[in-house]
Design a protein around this ligand. Structure first.
Ligand SMILES: [Fe+2]
Length: 247
């Protein structure tokens, strides 16, 4: 399928239709550190369509005290974007979920209001942890999500450097019932060499199920545009048993 990509020494045309569905991005405007305006948001969705995606599952941050989002703040913006896409003639499916910071507030939601969780696909819930230190709530979160029939998807596990010295912990997360989503920019070295190395390491161990853009802003967009034109990106992606297209 990808032979034509490898037979050329030149950079190739970008075609991400083999991924099909992006399930991690911050393209809804004004909700977090992602897109700011409606126009910016529409620009990104049009690009995603042009790159070959058929669906974007947008995942605004829900992070108590930083991005105080909830279904009440997110869903109206989602509906306005859906209408704007129709008006703009941009034929891409958009679904909404969230990227939950695993903190005390998240545990409270999981324990007391699991039906309020913004999930996608087969009851998937995208969760993240701080970059500075592991969340003390991670195992409680995973245990109770699984107990309620959800499957936690760990966002960009390759970016949590505190696990680099205990790589066996990645296996524990999987054994507890998580799936892993890596960022495509991690493979490019955008976040540094050690993150790239861990992303490849996780791929080699067949621990990765999803790849996401985690697109926030124009610099991500430009970096994704450049990296997805490289043969390295396609070679690495081909080594993942991607589940994006099942969503
Ligand atoms: Fe994100």
């Amino acid at each position: 399928m990808f032979d034509f990509l490898f037979n050329s020494s030149k950079s190739v045309e970008r075609d991400l239709s083999f991924i099909g569905v992006d399930m991690h991005s911050h393209l809804l405007p004004g909700l977090d550190d992602g897109a700011v305006t409606l126009e910016e948001s529409l620009h990104y969705f049009k690009l995603m369509k042009k790159w070959g995606y058929r669906k974007c599952i947008v995942t605004p941050h829900i992070f108590q005290g930083v991005y105080n989002n909830s279904p009440e703040t997110i869903l109206p913006v989602f509906k306005s974007i859906q209408a704007a896409l129709v008006n703009a003639g941009c034929d891409i499916q958009v679904e909404v979920a969230a990227e939950y910071m695993v903190d005390e507030s998240f545990i409270d939601t999981v324990l007391n209001q699991p039906k309020h969780l913004l999930s996608f696909g087969n009851k998937f819930v995208l969760i993240e942890m701080p970059f500075a230190a592991a969340s003390p709530y991670i195992e409680t979160a995973i245990f109770n999500l699984v107990l309620n029939g959800f499957t936690p998807i760990i966002a960009h596990p390759e970016r949590y450097s505190y696990y680099f010295q205990q790589p066996q912990y990645y296996h524990r997360l999987i054994e507890m019932g998580c799936l892993f989503q890596i960022n495509m920019l991690s493979l490019s070295g955008y976040y540094g060499k050690s993150v790239k190395k861990m992303a490849i390491n996780l791929i080699d161990q067949q621990l990765v199920s999803f790849i996401g853009t985690d697109m926030h802003h124009l610099s991500h967009c430009e970096a994704i545009k450049a990296f997805t034109k490289t043969k390295e990106f396609y070679k690495l992606s081909k080594r993942i048993d991607l589940k994006n297209n099942t969503l």
